[in-house]
Design a protein around this ligand. Structure first.
Ligand SMILES: Cc1cc2nc3c(=O)[nH]c(=O)nc-3n(C[C@H](O)[C@H](O)[C@H](O)COP(=O)(O)O)c2cc1C
Length: 274
């Protein structure tokens, strides 16, 4: 599902540790070489089965202004002076929300490894401007966008609190193989809408040579706290990408299978390949 060279894997793994959401940028344009490489990644990024989003890089002086400055009453936006926007477009495939997270986070980590700041935005932005600037087809809608640019060095970037391991996994870290512990540590650092971190890992057959990890929307028995729509599904796609990067970094390449059995709420299963 994901095949990347070892240099890219190392860059993305290091970016997981360094990344924080950046909301204030200098407004300076990125070098054409960097823009070109990010554009190429948008076209070649790995997808989840059952998903097929398009990630479209929109640059230009006023793209950020048009996408983020639109607020009722002309109020100031919370994103300042981004010079790039990634619009994530869906034509309605069943797992596009998870795929949006999985693909978009590859671009986010790659950008971060080049010193480019990013912030996922799923709520307050102009969908109309994003669709038009991204050249969307009439059958496509925008799932969310990612603002990007050179971070403003004068702006503070807050470190957000993360759930402890025991709140996201059914097995203590020291009872897990090293690659799996590392992969879940990578998920702990993933961005999520309002920092909700909506993930719960169940580990099956950990003593066997073919252990399986099941990603659930929440700890079994816990109330859902809302509908299983929008950002929560994007968040889990992001978690799947972080898990895959962490697993591969620990020497365990694997594959996600998505489960649409909504009664049980299971989202995805990861198993090691080969
Ligand atoms: C799908 C998604 C949607 C998000 N939407 C917004 C948003 O609309 N506005 C915003 O300021 N931050 C948004 N964020 C950023 C989160 O608030 C941020 O990732 C979280 O608080 C954790 O902080 P960190 O990214 O610095 O680790 C979003 C993040 C994700 C993954």
């Amino acid at each position: 599902m994901m095949s990347m060279d070892s240099a890219t894997l190392l860059r993305w793994r290091q970016a997981i540790d360094r990344r924080r959401s950046v909301r204030k940028f200098t407004g300076e344009s990125l070098e054409p070489g960097i823009v070109g490489e990010l554009e190429q990644l948008c076209e070649t990024c790995a997808h989840l089965p059952g998903g097929g989003v398009r990630v479209v890089l929109v640059s230009g002086q006023d793209a950020g202004r048009r996408i983020f400055h639109w607020l009722p009453g002309g109020m100031a936006t919370f994103i300042h002076r981004s010079s790039l926007v990634f619009a994530i477009l869906s034509s309605g495939l069943p797992h596009d929300p998870e795929d949006a997270g999985f693909c978009g986070e590859q671009v986010v980590l790659d950008a971060c490894s080049r010193g480019v700041g990013t912030c996922w935005v799923s709520g307050t932005f102009s969908r109309k401007a994003a669709l038009s600037l991204a050249g969307a087809a009439s059958s496509e809608h925008v799932v969310c966008v990612v603002a990007a640019g050179w971070p403003d060095p004068g702006a503070s970037v807050r470190h957000k609190r993360r759930k402890p391991f025991s709140r996201i996994c059914d097995t203590p870290p020291d009872a897990l193989p090293g690659w799996m512990r590392g992969a879940i540590n990578c998920v702990q650092l993933a961005p999520s809408g309002t920092n909700l971190q909506p993930w719960w890992f169940e580990v099956r057959g950990r003593a066997s040579c073919t252990p399986e990890v099941v990603l659930w929307p929440r700890k079994p028995g816990w109330a859902s706290g809302g509908l299983e729509i929008g950002p929560r599904r994007i968040d889990r796609g992001i978690a799947m990408l972080h898990f895959s990067v962490g697993a591969s970094s620990g020497g365990a390449d694997g594959r996600w299978r998505l489960d649409s059995d909504s009664d049980r709420g299971a989202v995805a299963r990861f198993s090691v390949e080969g």
